[in-house]
Write a protein that binds this ligand. Structure first.
Ligand code: HEM
Length: 138
């Protein structure tokens, strides 16, 4: 599983914001139902924050620590409050994996793709725990 973390680390160190910017460019062009939520959003900031969000998703997959889980639930809750339907998440993560794969170039493997899918699946399911009107402790 260290592989997965290295995959993201190396990509981010090498490509910096480029990966997230490219991702948003493609996902917005391909899926107008996703794009409409980003009207008026500062996409430079969004690109920076997505890389942090992804670090958390992967960190949680690798270590399952409680504080990461709490963050993902709260982040999910924010998406719930923004009115983002659950159905958009599979499209979002499919494009994300395509872009990650592209940036990896020749060291992409079926095993890595499997791990990315698993990590995003767990991250999204955890975000969905925040899809409630009131989070406990609010
Ligand atoms: C793996 C899935 C996702 C991750 C890791 C993720 C990550 C994040 C993070 C870290 C933030 C910033 C939260 C904050 O301000 O504290 C955010 C905001 C946001 N996300 Fe996501 N997101 C995901 C899926 C989606 C999907 C499917 C949509 C669909 C439209 C979406 C739309 C947005 C919007 C509109 C904002 C707020 C932008 C703003 O007004 O500043 N996200 N996301």
């Amino acid at each position: 599983m260290a592989n997965l973390h290295e995959s993201l680390r190396n990509l981010l160190l090498r490509t910096d914001e480029e990966l997230a910017q490219q991702f948003y460019k493609i996902v917005i062009a391909k899926h107008p139902d996703i794009g409409r939520f980003f009207e008026g959003v500062d996409m430079r900031y969004q690109a920076a924050i997505l890389t942090i969000g992804l670090e958390s998703v992967i960190q949680y997959f690798v270590s399952r620590v409680e504080f990461q889980k709490r963050y993902l639930i709260r982040m999910g809750h924010k998406h719930y409050k923004l009115g983002i339907p659950r159905e958009l998440f599979p499209k979002f993560s499919a494009v994300l994996i395509e872009v990650v794969k592209d940036f990896h170039k020749d060291d992409w493997t079926a095993e890595l793709e499997h791990q990315w899918n698993e990590a995003l699946h767990l991250g999204i399911e955890t975000m969905f725990l925040g899809y409630v009107d009131e989070l406990p402790g609010n």
